[in-house]
Design a binder for this molecule. Sequence first.
Ligand code: ATP
Ligand code: MG
Length: 400
Amino acid sequence: MQFDHILIRYGELALKGKNRKKFVEKLQHNIRQKLMEFSDVRVKRTQGRMFVLLNGHDPHEVIKKCKNIFGIHSFSLAIKVENDLEKIKDAALYALMNAEEVSTFKVTVKRINKAFPVRSQELNHIIGGHLLTNTENITVNVHKPDLEVKVEIRQEATYITSGVVRGAGGLPVGTSDKTLLLLSGGIDSPVAGYLAMKRGVEIEAIHFHSPPFTSERAKQKVLDLAEKLTSYGSKIRIHIVPFTKLQQRIFQETHDGYGMTVMRRMMLRISERVCQNEGILSMTTGENLGQVASQTMTSMNTINEVTNYPIIRPLITMDKDEIIDISREIDTFDISIRPYEDCCTIFVPKSPKTKPKRDRVNYYESKFDYEALLNEAIDGIEVIEVTDKKKVEDAFEGLF
Ligand code: ATP
Ligand code: MG
């Protein structure tokens, strides 16, 4: 005997009314994509849940693969047996014996198939008794058991499930359209991307690169960050924008600490163009209120003047340590703290304006023809598709 199924629950999706079908199909698709390497594993839908048919594969390996898939609420290992009392008892015992660190349990029977000759209440006793007589040092606790052995008798078969492993939660990636993530090499923007993905949003990224002031390593850092994010969805396209010329010009033309503000506005202008070209409907940043000079309310108001695209700022109200906790959890922290400079750190004025005004920044921008420089930057965009490490290396081979 062995666990031959994994039961997948998707809690929140059940609430989504009309969209529900789309969500469920997307989730099934995303799970299939992730499990592609296990050729004979099957992913099936039944009412309100999904099953993975393992066909002999190790259930723990399969769950490990699925742990980053948004939309999955929880997993349970399951065994499917005929509607036969002896087989059900054996399977329940197997489920209990194969759980770790269990000293109390409870059996819950659901008899959906009313043709099954024994009633739920009685089944609870029979199965519970069978488990008690065949194990040592394990007792029943109906209120707070370490393990709940669930027995569900359906028309076609009986499913025995045990234990619950938490999934990633959220909504399946691809159910909430796409956003353009402004991805720097810092701690915040990858976390912002992760949180957008958690709400079902697909990601495309843009990175502003200023060689030779910023190095190839700084660029590689961004690709590595994107690669981490791919594990929550699928491939990510990154638009690498050559920003040097525009950035140098901005800091020649702008004074009083307004350079940072103009630079941010240029980033948004370029990002908006990319959105238009790619049919993307919003942008996402790692901005966080009050963290640095460019992230005051006044500054955000002034920067935001140049676009009417929605800007998603998932981190806006978080504390830095909360952001760091997530970045450790998703394994981007160690990449983010690599010491390579990004374009903001290098050109940042000694004292950036904390309350930059719209009229003032418009005055600076009116002094030079940035349109041509914007176009040049956009024309020079290099698109790299990040899927996994190997693909990134291939993409780089031709560049050095
Ligand atoms: P991060 O940790 O994400 O770099 P930060 O706290 O350093 O954020 P800023 O440098 O003010 O904050 O940047 C604010 C946001 O602007 C970033 O979160 C990111 O979304 C975007 N951004 C900054 N620099 C770049 C860049 N070089 N390329 C793309 N986006 C950028
Ligand atoms: Mg930064």
